[in-house]
Design a protein around this ligand. Structure first.
Ligand SMILES: NC(=O)c1ccc[n+]([C@@H]2O[C@H](COP(=O)([O-])OP(=O)(O)OC[C@H]3O[C@@H](n4cnc5c(N)ncnc54)[C@H](OP(=O)(O)O)[C@@H]3O)[C@@H](O)[C@H]2O)c1
Length: 240
């Protein structure tokens, strides 16, 4: 069991992009990191990269779109650890017009981005309440503030989660639980099609920079909650 004042962070979507960089940065500042995603090889690669720095994370495969899998995983991790922070970074996108999205794509985006984050929050809440507090950080998107074509279902998932977490934040203040939403603009990760990354990488934020900010935000444990934080590259949003 991690000790009560040890910092133990559960990160979803930790095999790639923002979640992966965030797992590395939290490990670098001495936090215990439980790293989840569907692909175990991506999580193992995270550990083989961290080995060079004599660091490691605990690998815990989890498909957040499956409520029963989330229940199982939370049972397992809370039996052995006090989770102080949950970071919901697992997410997918489609970059298609509404009429072109298949029913399966629509279900996958909603079940991962919206339902997946709600499942992890719902399962971890009783544990955090019992422990007298915690921090929940959700990686949303600038799509909650600005409209982009070919992102209707993705936008629906992120605005849905914004609504859920805004109400949640009010409900859990009394339990000393901080709910923090990060709204990033274009960040260079495998979520973007390769041709856009190749063309626009200079105009994108780097996941390592976001990760450092997330660590800093988490470690500010005084009486201050940055509720919604919008992050954009200095050049602004990307016009595809
Ligand atoms: N990149 C951007 O420009 C940008 C901007 C704003 C917000 N965001 C948000 O940032 C978050 C991270 O995205 P990213 O850019 O880092 O993309 P990414 O590199 O594609 O990473 C997405 C991560 O989510 C995991 N994932 C996908 N479906 C999952 C599921 N059902 N269960 C568990 N894990 C799942 C993936 O691992 P597996 O495939 O192994 O499961 C992967 O680790 C997402 O929520 C995204 O919406 C990204």
């Amino acid at each position: 069991m991690t000790k009560k004042n040890e910092n133990c962070v559960w990160i979803t979507g930790a095999s790639s992009g923002i979640g992966r960089s965030t797992a590395m940065e939290f490990a670098r500042v001495g936090c215990k990191v439980i790293a989840s995603s569907r692909r175990i090889n991506g999580l193992e690669k995270l550990n083989s990269d961290l080995k060079k720095e004599k660091l490691k994370v605990e690998v815990m495969p989890c498909n957040v779109a499956s409520s029963s899998n989330v229940v199982q995983v939370v049972k397992k991790i809370t039996a052995a650890n006090q989770i102080n922070c949950l970071i919901n970074s697992a997410g997918i996108s489609t970059f298609k017009y509404a009429e072109d999205n298949s029913i399966q794509e629509i279900k996958d985006v909603i079940n991962t981005n919206l339902m997946g984050s709600i499942f992890t929050i719902k399962q971890i809440l009783p544990h955090m309440i019992k422990n007298g507090g915690g921090t929940i950080i959700n990686v949303l998107s600038v799509v909650t503030e600005k409209l982009f074509e070919r992102s209707s279902i993705y936008t629906a998932s992120k605005i849905g989660l914004l609504g859920y977490t805004k109400v949640l934040r009010e409900e859990v203040r009394k339990h000393n639980i901080r709910v923090i939403n990060i709204l990033p603009g274009a960040t260079e990760t495998p979520m973007w099609p390769a041709e856009i990354r190749n063309k626009k990488s200079d105009e994108m934020m780097q996941p390592e920079d976001l990760a450092q900010l997330l660590v800093w935000i988490y470690l500010q444990k005084r009486n201050i909650v940055p509720e919604e934080i919008t992050l954009r590259p200095i050049q602004g949003d990307i016009d595809e």
